[in-house]
Design a protein around this ligand. Sequence first.
Ligand SMILES: *[C@@H]1O[C@H](CO)[C@@H](O)[C@H](O)[C@H]1NC(C)=O
Ligand SMILES: *[C@@H]1O[C@H](CO)[C@@H](O)[C@H](O)[C@H]1NC(C)=O
Ligand SMILES: *[C@@H]1O[C@H](CO)[C@@H](O)[C@H](O)[C@H]1NC(C)=O
Ligand SMILES: *[C@@H]1O[C@H](CO)[C@@H](O)[C@H](O)[C@H]1NC(C)=O
Length: 913
Amino acid sequence: MANHGQASFWAQANALLRKNLTFQRKRIWTNVRLVLVPLFLCLLLLGLQLMINSVANKVPKAITSCASEDLSLSSSGCPIPNPPLLPPMLEIPEPQSRAVKSNFLPYSDLPDVSCRKTGTCPVTILITGNNQSLGQALSGNIFGGSFSVNTSDLLPSLAYNVLGSAVSAGENNYDDPAIDPEFPIYNIQSQCRRPNATWPLQFGKIKTKVKCVQGLCLWRNSSAEVNDEIFKGIWRGNPERMTNEIAAAYDLMSTDTKNLDVTIWYNATEYDSSGPLVRVPRLISLVSNAYLKFLKGPGTRILFEFVKEVPRQASNNNGLPDLASMFGPLFFTWVVLLLFPVILTSLVYEKQERLRIIMKMHGLGDGPYWMISYAYFLIISILYVASLVIFGSAIGLNYFRINAYSVQSVFYFIYINLQISVAFLASSLFSKVKTVTVVAYIMVFGTGLLGSFLFGELIESPSFPEYGILALELYPGFALYRGLYEFSQSALRGNGMKWEDLGETGMAKLFYIMSVEWFVVLLVAYYIDYVSSSGKSLFFFFKKSSSVPSPSPVQSQTSDNVLIDMEKSDVTHEREKVEKLRKEGSTGHAIVCDNLKKVYPGRDGNPPKVAVRGLYLDVPSGECFGMLGPNGAGKTSFINMMTGLLKPTSGTALVQGLDICKDMNKVYTSMGVCPQHDLLWETLTGREHLLFYGRLKNIKGSALTQAVEESLKSVSLFDGGVADKPAGKYSGGMKRRLSVAISLIGNPKVVYMDEPSTGLDPASRKNLWTVIERAKQNTAIILTTHSMEEAEFLCDRLGIFVDGGLHCIGNPKELRGRYGGSYVFTMTTSTEHEEEVESMVKNVSPNAKKVYHLAGTQEFEIPKQEVMISDVFSLVEIAKSQFTVFAWGLADTTLEDVFFKVASTAQVFNTLS
Ligand SMILES: *[C@@H]1O[C@H](CO)[C@@H](O)[C@H](O)[C@H]1NC(C)=O
Ligand SMILES: *[C@@H]1O[C@H](CO)[C@@H](O)[C@H](O)[C@H]1NC(C)=O
Ligand SMILES: *[C@@H]1O[C@H](CO)[C@@H](O)[C@H](O)[C@H]1NC(C)=O
Ligand SMILES: *[C@@H]1O[C@H](CO)[C@@H](O)[C@H](O)[C@H]1NC(C)=O
């Protein structure tokens, strides 16, 4: 079949996209669950909010009632464009707790306790100052006469009266809890003619009543006395167990006809905030009015008609904490950050399982990989965030509803892009999924907490400089927190974030920071990925000569190497062949290794380790070259260099005439790899694997289906629906066969197989061998193995790799002939005949060597050139006639023997040199 040429960028992207779509379709529920996480978290938040609301027994009213002018709306979130006018009032004690005469207080001017029975106790105001006659004159002017009101001109006429209430003020002046049908409003006057009479009074829709109460202004000699009296009055621990509350007190101090100089005692214990202060202005106006009357006569007065609060925009404040807006920044920072570990672990997983590498080796370029992975993460992130915003809005969180959706979309879009880029960057730091999972989750929770308790404080702190904030926002987690914080502030203020607000709130700068960072991080991540995946040094821009080998240790190794090579004519021959090929500039050969070397730099004081010392090798198309060698001999380093995982320290190799140091990406398109461990996607079927790799090899349309089918048949994975079972359910042998099929699909020119039949039962192994045998017709295969049987069956030539170098090259027969020129003869007799056997063997072959003897069993090595097999048979016949022979055997040397011999002599040689 023809070579299909290099797959274009879009063909690769298409292959990966289809594979990923199949892959994601199989884990659709995982994806759906991920996207539904925000819904779950929003519901959790809603549940909490409802719980708080119901505990406070104050379920927020339907917003629809905002239209009415009802004063009770003041505590809901409705806008109040036109606050009501309220009559100013004094705060006075309840009738039962107003100050009366008691043994406890020394003053005889207080009323008698009997007034409590009738509920007519007067309200007491104390006055002190430097000038008693002035104080007393003012006292007379404080309270008014009888209640008079003009209902058609209510408020101005009420200003002539001194009103009071025992009901504490609310937090603001949008309404007054004192205006309530349940409670009387008191008209405080110097004398009540009808103490228990009430007058009806109508404020808007509310009907209430006015009741007269007597106001007492009592002079005290000093402010210390006033203080003492007020203090003792409310002391519930006093012996008479009653409270004697004073409504208020004035200290006129040095007031005279020129100056009004006054201190006021008032009761503000009901609220800790500024609430009750709304009752204070009337106290001030009372004393000012009294002073004016004292100066100008009773005809002049200061009228205090009404209080009016400032108008208000609609707000979120229904009197209860809005959890979403209060904890939103922290909570939603966590929610959005949760995507980060998901993306990061997914990236690191592909790295850890080496799926990325194997895809690359089959021709998947970095560009398509990045594009498709990025697009996938972007889509899943968009769905996730959209689900957050949509569900958040649907369950009525103001946090999402009130801010302009376009601003939110742009913010989240920039942020998730930044987050994905950072994940790509971070993935280059980690290689283990476990580590990265732990680190990422710690980061998520740490970022949320730091954002909320450190960064959040700094945003609010006026003394922290703005550039400090901007610097902190370079950390994406804080940038996210900042954005969410601004959204929550807008939601709490009730106006919502719009495009025109961006400048004021710092969001504009945030957008710039995040966008710029997104591009920078993406570029850096791509660069690092490119550099690390192509085996180059991280700073290869700066090190121009990185391909020049480090000098001294390698050079000295080379001289050793030459020495060794001198001994082995086959290795020298290979070297000459390669040098000739290189001189001729021939490009036809599939694989040509030219003095390929790998030296691992010394670490922690250890000397540099030479893994591959100057390798020359020529593998033409149609040949299967077997590499034998003990573990640690450097076979894997060699394969890794050839497959682009490692960069050679010096020397190079040409694959189809392309230099692996320069054109690795092109090499990949005509290369197949069967790694030692199966690198498969558990959920994808055999057919899907082959389709994917086939597309990567640029096979299209019906050719693809056909190639896949043939490939499946060739490895006997076609019948019985095996091809459509997920690879995770395959047995070890089936996985192995699939790996081989993958490495062979698309007729690659060069295939590397790392121990292809390890762990297979004999039947599957035979099966696999036929497949490889068939495939090698127009392909160069390099195969490493520990099985001599396999090497003998499959390989046209073998190389025994010991200690970083090839020690012999040749076809199996040659090697056996060269290194194993002897038969192995074994005979078992009773012990007394041992010597007879030995002498008979020596007779036949004087140079025979006894390898071992044990309890009558002896083994000899007999040089082939000295004997004929028939000699040995006649020897056995003679022996049998003379004594009992329990057992005997004659064997040709195996490849195994050759391997042992070469390996051990090479190692001895190397330790000597
Ligand atoms: C006290 O006030 C009166 C006016 O009511 C004034 O005539 C008198 O001089 C003042 N006494 C002192 C000591 O200032
Ligand atoms: C009540 O107020 C109205 C409107 O200001 C005025 O016309 C009317 O004369 C007043 N009535 C009395 C009794 O003062
Ligand atoms: C206050 O002072 C006046 C005279 O200055 C005195 O007669 C009166 O007893 C004093 N009152 C008290 C409670 O000390
Ligand atoms: C102040 O007001 C509170 C509540 O209205 C009351 O319990 C307290 O006794 C008052 N204190 C005085 C000094 O009147």
